[in-house]
Every structure is written in structure tokens, then in C-alpha cells.
Ligand binder design. Sequence first.
Ligand code: SF4
Ligand code: SF4
Length: 359
Amino acid sequence: MSKEVYARLCVTMAKRGGMYPGMDIPEFYELVQELFTPQQAAISNDLPRGFNSADVIAAAVGQSLDEVAPALEEMADKGLCMSIKKGDTMRYAGPPFVPGIFEYQFMRGTDTEKDRKLARLIRNYKEAVNKQSKPQPDRFPAMRVITVNRTIKAGNTIHTYDQVKQYIENMEPLAVSTCYCRHQAKLIDASSHCGKPDDVCLQFGHGAQFVIDRDMGRQIDKDEALSILDRAEEAGLVHCTNNRQEIDFLCNCCACHCVILKDALAHPKPGLAVNSGFMPVWNFELCTACETCIERCPMEALNMGSDDVPQVNLERCIGCGVCATGCPETAIEMQAKQDFIAPPETRRDLKAAIKARVK
Ligand code: SF4
Ligand code: SF4
């Protein structure tokens, strides 16, 4: 029975898609047997689409509400399903591994024997999937970078989707969690940590409420969210989120641990993989050739030109603004690219754009 239920789970997780869908390889079964009990796997296999109440799910699963309701609560606490309270009713949905289940495992920032085991199993699964997956060089980017707002050149038209501060102003509640990428790496090998701050992963709206309810994050006010942004920018971290105008999280990423930035860095033209739509421009009269911008650039897009001023390779530049925030002479400003296409508006629009590019 349990072998069969995990085999079905492989199909379920393949259908949910995301960056690491279900794949019928030994690493999948080692991982899911650690994550899901057989009952939790069975419930996951029969979860209806979207968010549903426990009684709807119990009917779909063919078990009693008394069995299914506590199991769903435990699954939400373990990050195996998402939950949202609408009125008095809790509703549950099944997320993919990424974004979703894998990240939830490390957002509390805890360090137990089980955390360390899961960190290794998830790493093994991702590596095995990467080895077997065909490269998709022309896929529509699922993620984007948001440039640092205060480095944007005066006179630019700044769209609301370009402004992290706008999301902080307009969305409730707000939450902060541990960076799951850096924490997972630390659980596997503490010496691999890059020293960047860990408590800088921001969630907005429903996503924030979920992590607050499940103790995976802490509710914060707008002032604390803004000070987290400042701390992340000072540390040279890159603001990454979904490639759509409606966002529900903002990761503050380093190119040494974030899978999105690591992939971009390995790409011959990282600017095609993720981009903010902005590019740096220099006031060379202010530049003292200190090379701080070159050291801070996470995409290796800068080098010192023959005139002793930095030169940018725009095919490598993702428009993050990390060079500009680090310049002691404020010699760099970020300018909007004229031909840049706005990100899709909604989750549905992004899915459609990804699907259209695959064809
Ligand atoms: S950090 Fe600023 S001053 Fe230093 S090299 Fe770069 S642009 Fe010039
Ligand atoms: S040059 Fe580097 S640091 Fe500056 S915006 Fe481009 S990718 Fe970011």
C-alpha cells in the first residue's frame, strides 16, 4: 500500500509542476518517505485543485472528516500543504515542491537532526533532477529581479511593479522568515555559509499569513520591512520574486546559494534568465576607480576598462542595482531600458506566458 501511495505521489508532484516536479527516481522516494506519512501522501494525491475546506477534501479522499481534518492541519504545519482562512473556514491547497514544500522546510531556521536529513535529501533530489533534465535555454523567465529603488535615475518612469516599497505599503500582513537557501546550505555544511544575513525573506498578504499561522515566519510592521530591505541592500543581496506584477514574496538572494541566481550566473547571458528592466549608468566624473562595484556585482558583469573606469557587459547584467548601492561616490544610477516588456500581471498570465514559450 505505501509503495503504491508514494508512486501515485510521484505522478501528483509531476502534475503540480514547478522547478522540481515529481520524477520517478530513487532520490524521490527517499525524500518523500521522510516528508510524508502514507496517510499524508494519500491525502495529497486526492487534493482537489485550488483551496478547499477539510470537508470537501475528506469527500474527495474518501475518508471521514475526523481523520482528514487533523491530518490537514499537521500537513500545513509541516509545509506539505498551504492553508488560508476564509471567514471561519480553513482551506487547504497542494503546492509544488518549488516554489512551495522545499522552501517551507527551512523557513523556521531550526537546526535538528531531521532538518539536517531533509536538507541532504532535498539537495540529493535536486541534483538528480538537474542531471536528468534537458536544458531549456529559451524558457520564459519564472522569476525576476527588482532593482533597488533609491538607485533609479531621476526622471525615469517607475512602475508600481518596479517598487518594492510600494508592495510593502500596500500589502497586509507582512512577514519575515529565514532564507531557506542559505539555511539549507548551512544545515548540510556550516562552513559553506557566505556570511550574508539570513533573516531577510519577506512575504506579503496570504503568503505572509500562512507563514505567520504556521510559525515559519514572524509578523513585522512596515518600518521593520523597510529596515530589512536596507540591511539586504547593504549586504549586496539581490531582490528576487515571481516574474509577475502581483507578488507574494521577496527573496533577498546571494549568487552563492540562491538557485535562481546560481543558474543565471552559469548562463552565458544571465540578463536573459532574470532581469529587472533597468541598467546601470555611470557618472565617470565622480568615479574614483575603487572597484567596489566590480567586487559587489553578483553576475560578474563588470570589469575595469582601459580608461580606468568600470565597463558593464549588458548581456551579463541583470539590473539588480547592487553595484549602485555599494558605490561610495554615488557615481552609478539605474536607468530603465527602453525596450523592456512589463512582467505578466497575474499568476495566470505568467503561466500562460511560460506555456506559450514552451510550444
Ligand atoms: S564603486 Fe563607484 S567609485 Fe568605485 S569604481 Fe565603481 S563606480 Fe567608481
Ligand atoms: S552590473 Fe552587476 S551589480 Fe550592477 S546592476 Fe548589473 S548585475 Fe547588478
